[in-house]
Design a protein around this ligand. Structure first.
Ligand SMILES: [Fe+2]
Length: 312
């Protein structure tokens, strides 16, 4: 059975991609950002997922104002990097997992979440920047297949945080009904607080961001009740991207282990947030093993009792 073992939240600031692509990672401004992901890369190298589901938003690269699906699942065999105005980023083509993606589409749609199935799609910094931050900069291939899930957070109305959280739960049911043993991680990307235009351009609200991260870890249901207007007011117009983190969080256990967190301000004009949350599968496995051992002992006692009774 496939299993979601962990969730990763990460900002997907385009300037981070530009810094990587132009060899600026050692500059003090950028080193502050990249050093916050060193431990995460080690965690990812140790975790070695078989598949990553990456929840992100497209920035008018694959979709335009002519057509914006609320939830679009990438079911293709591969997703080339998009040309975002300066040519495609020099990153490997993202390989998909069509079999698992088709299974997820079927399960989630029959679970009454009407996803758009996308069989051809380019992916932009929204997906590739978090990939770099967690997997480094591989030359030829990313270390695991990826299922992109694009969410509309660019044109009103985006989905509610609650809808996103419930979709995460449906994704989990989908993954866990896939028969092959696969270790799956899920990314929620975007944010944190930022506003790129208008009189409040440059807005960053660290206090609100940090409280969001605290609740994401310990009380995610509280976050599902935040209305769009509060995201706009407190986290800026583009802060609404944070609803995507709730898809990731919904796909995890109610209680999780926060294994890492990083927050820094700013990168470009955005607050950078990052968190790694693990399901408590290890503890659950331990409980299962203890239960199995107890059952074996009870069976052995019964068998011994039967033999002793026959002897009498
Ligand atoms: Fe974005």
């Amino acid at each position: 059975m496939a299993k979601i073992i962990a969730g990763i939240g990460s900002s997907h600031v385009p300037a981070i991609g530009a810094a990587l692509d132009n060899g600026k990672t050692e500059e003090p401004y950028w080193k502050r950002v990249f050093s916050g992901f060193e431990k995460s890369k080690e965690w990812m190298a140790k975790t070695k997922p078989d598949v990553a589901i990456v929840v992100y938003n497209d920035h008018a690269s694959a979709f335009s104002v002519e057509m914006i699906p609320t939830f679009a699942l990438g079911c293709a065999a591969e997703f080339p990097p998009a040309d975002e105005g300066w040519g495609p980023r020099p990153v490997p083509v993202v390989k998909g997992h069509p079999a698992l993606a088709a299974h997820i589409a079927q399960s989630v749609i029959l679970d009454e979440f009407d996803l758009t199935i996308v069989n051809k799609m380019e992916v932009d910094h929204g997906l590739t920047v978090p990939m770099n931050l967690l997997f480094g900069q591989p030359k030829d291939a990313w270390p695991c297949p990826v299922i992109p899930l694009a969410v509309n957070v660019v044109m009103y109305p985006p989905p509610t945080g609650h809808r996103c959280y419930m979709l995460g739960k449906a994704l989990r049911r989908a993954v866990e009904s896939y028969p092959e043993d696969l270790k799956v991680v899920i990314f929620g990307t975007g944010g944190l607080s930022h506003q790129i235009s208008g009189p409040r351009a440059g807005l960053i609200n660290s206090k609100w961001d940090k409280s969001f991260l605290d609740n994401l870890s310990k009380d995610p249901k509280k976050l599902t009740r935040i209305p769009h207007l509060e995201y706009m007011r407190e986290a800026g117009a583009e802060g609404i991207e944070m609803v995507m983190w709730l898809i990731m969080r919904g796909a995890l256990d109610d209680k999780v282990d926060e294994v890492y967190r990083f927050y820094t301000v700013p990168a470009s004009n955005t607050a950078v947030g990052h968190i790694i949350l693990e399901n408590r599968h290890k503890a659950a496995n331990k409980d299962k093993r203890a239960h199995a051992a107890k059952s074996r002992q009870a069976a052995a006692r019964k068998a011994a009792h039967r033999i002793a009774s026959k002897g009498r």
